[in-house]
Design a protein around this ligand. Structure first.
Ligand SMILES: *Cc1c(COP(=O)(O)O)cnc(C)c1O
Length: 428
């Protein structure tokens, strides 16, 4: 299997897996796509899903990563997915797939943990440094995804005072191969420093560097696997078929991974792109006009994206046919007041504490009368303040999160300056 860029209309410049994975973004600025989408045997998927998530995911991963030995794929998947995935029946016709039982309590663990283990296999003997800037959530998922992976070091830049205490604890209490750098600046400074290092060819000649950006194909592709699992359990629980899946969306990696699953033969009716006030994609589905813009801050802040990177994947997957996309994906958006009201409604009606992102999934399911399930992307305790303000109760932190809050933190503090970062990398 080779990978082409969304911006390469000829599909002629295809890269092998290792090169595409290390590059992250294609040289022309596009995102990598598999050259062909394998059709899977759904009977087999259903059988394997009965055994375990990892068994099912191994089979699916082998279809897409066919240049990697099957036993390696199997090991990668089994190591990555050692945590539960739960289909919850909220009540009435509401089902939600809880994707937040991994180490950082958000669905990004599914992509980050797979990527960590697969990169370790692909990089062979030569040590590899992952360099990434974060405004909070990505950093903790990447840190945990690569923690303890041999031959890989992770350097994470985050802005001083701009990430939550819980996010900081998740990045800075691991130690080992994780090197957090607290930058005296904002997120844009962090991102600028990382980009400048990636442009520095002489430095890149001396250190083997890659990013763990969310658009990396190794993070994107494994997110298609849980749609299969959700389908199997939902159809078993309800006795129905062709569910529609509601996806709380920001950068649209999650939703486009679902579109990939559907093209692999998963019988889904389609999707709902559920967004907060950052509604470029729902607006596009309605008006056929795409107007990327600066993001606005909302209660569901992991979805505050004004110019979603994966829009290119979405268009590529539907063959740039807007009408086809409108048939497959329905749009939905809501404001902060509706998010808070939904969280309260879920709590009062179903005695279930929801985080703000997943609550948008619930609201979309209700207002669009969805027959299917919505994805729950984060544990409520990760957004304790928002939950407290909406419900008046403080959600209980899971034990591991609570413990990490109590552990001592290790990080270096650096100025927001490119050369300081380069020195740090060379001295490591
Ligand atoms: C990243 C994230 C999202 C949005 O996912 P995309 O793939 O960027 O659309 C939704 N909810 C939570 C909790 C997230 O961390």
């Amino acid at each position: 299997m080779k990978f082409y860029s969304t911006r390469d209309k000829s599909h002629l410049h295809r890269l092998p897996l290792t090169e595409a994975a290390f590059a992250g973004l294609a040289a022309d600025g596009g995102l990598f796509m598999p050259e062909r989408i394998p059709l899977v045997d759904m009977k087999r998927v259903e059988k394997l899903a009965e055994c375990s998530y990892a068994e099912m995911a191994s089979y699916l991963a082998q279809q897409l990563f066919d240049d990697v030995p099957a036993d390696v794929v199997k090991q990668v998947v089994h190591e990555a997915y050692d945590f539960p995935i739960v289909m919850n029946h909220l009540g009435d016709n509401f089902y939600n797939l809880e994707l937040f039982h991994g180490p950082t309590f958000a669905f990004k663990d599914f992509g980050a943990r797979f990527m960590g283990r697969m990169l370790n296999h692909l990089c062979g003997e030569e040590p590899l440094t992952i360099l990434t800037a974060t405004s909070g959530d990505t950093g903790s998922a990447v840190a945990h995804g690569f923690y303890g992976v041999e031959g890989v070091r992770v350097v994470i830049l985050y802005p001083d005072g701009k990430v939550s205490p819980l996010q900081e604890a998740q990045m800075t209490t691991l130690g080992g191969n994780i090197f957090p750098l607290k930058v005296r600046g904002n997120f844009d400074d962090c991102q600028r420093m990382v980009k400048s290092v990636f442009r520095n060819q002489s430095l890149r000649g001396r250190i083997r560097l890659t990013s763990a950006n969310s658009i990396n194909l190794l993070r994107w592709i494994p997110q298609s696997f849980y749609y299969f699992y959700g389908y199997c359990i939902w159809s078993y629980m309800t006795g129905r078929d062709f569910p529609e899946v509601v996806v709380p969306s920001g950068n649209y990696g999650n939703l486009t991974a679902g579109m990939l699953a559907r093209r692999m033969g998963l019988p889904l009716k389609g999707f709902v792109a559920a967004s907060n006030a950052n509604d470029v994609v729902p607006e596009f589905l309605q008006t056929e006009q795409y107007h990327p813009r600066a993001s606005v801050h909302t209660l569901a802040n992991a979805m505050d994206v004004g110019d979603p990177s994966n829009f290119e994947r979405m268009m590529t997957l539907c063959g740039n046919n807007v009408k086809a996309l409108q048939t497959e994906v329905r749009g939905f958006s809501c404001d902060d007041k509706q998010i808070a009201e939904s969280m309260a409604e879920i709590y009062n009606k179903y005695d279930y504490v929801s985080d703000p992102h997943s609550a948008i999934g619930y609201l979309a399911s209700k207002q669009l009368d969805v027959d299917g399930f919505y994805l729950s992307t984060a544990h409520a305790a990760k957004f304790g303040e928002v939950v407290k303000n909406s419900l008046g109760i403080q959600p209980q932190l899971p034990d591991v999160l609570h413990e990490s809050m109590l552990k001592s933190r290790g990080f270096d503090i650096i100025e927001a300056n490119e050369s300081v970062l380069e020195d740090f990398l060379l001295k490591m």
